[in-house]
Write a protein that binds this ligand. Sequence first.
Ligand code: IPD
Length: 265
Amino acid sequence: MPLAEDLRALAIDIAREAGDLARRRRLDGVAIAATKSAVADIVTEADREVEALIRARLAAERPGDGFLGEESGAATSDTDVTWVVDPIDGTVNYAYGIPAWAVSIAAVAGDPRPDAWEALAGVVFSPANGELFHAARGGGAWLAGARLTVNAATPAGALLATGFGYDPATHAGDLARVARVMPLARDLRRIGAASLDLAFVAAGRLDGYFERGLNPWDHAAGALLVTEAGGMIGGAGAGGRPNSDLLVASGAALFERLLTAALGA
Ligand code: IPD
């Protein structure tokens, strides 16, 4: 099996196991263990436990691979492959019982920075409804045996999604960006889990998505779903690639207008 497909198969197995653990912990009741950078930036015991499970499984199956996780930090790679993991993306939804949260696992090659890496495999698993989105580089994006394609047409008004960074100092800029983008929109969603926003763009459930302030683990898997579903990913990083200043995702027909409006250029 080519490397990317191998990595995807492993990520699917581990995401299911991790998602089951997170779902069981949710049924037991969730307590916020700590706030991080801001009051909205929370971590639960489940985030830590689920990331520990994913990290241990990956270390057992592929010792030497690098790791970059939301809760437990980074380990460098001896193999050129790094796993970029958000154990529970949408932690605020998870803590409040809103069923829009996901396990996000990606394998990337090369320099493990979003404006430099080459994504090889990505899985976004939504345990609340059992949907598992997956992609391997060059092999398309998939959900339940069906190949995903982004919305190709430019609708008169696009259904868009965005998110708001945790740092209150950035909120005025976020709202100004929304005001610039709204003329393109039919309506705007704030789903609360970047990996699901991207999976939904890949599946044609959203026409586009934009957000400032994302971390690599929020979008590593979802961005590969979008490109493998025929969509485009860009942002404010080197070569127009996504970085923490901006990520934009959509089908080709909408992309330049959405990127320009989001950048404010
Ligand atoms: C967050 C979610 C949210 C996005 C934030 C992310 P987390 O991830 O994806 O939708 O707006 O920027 O940090 O903290 O729940 O893993």
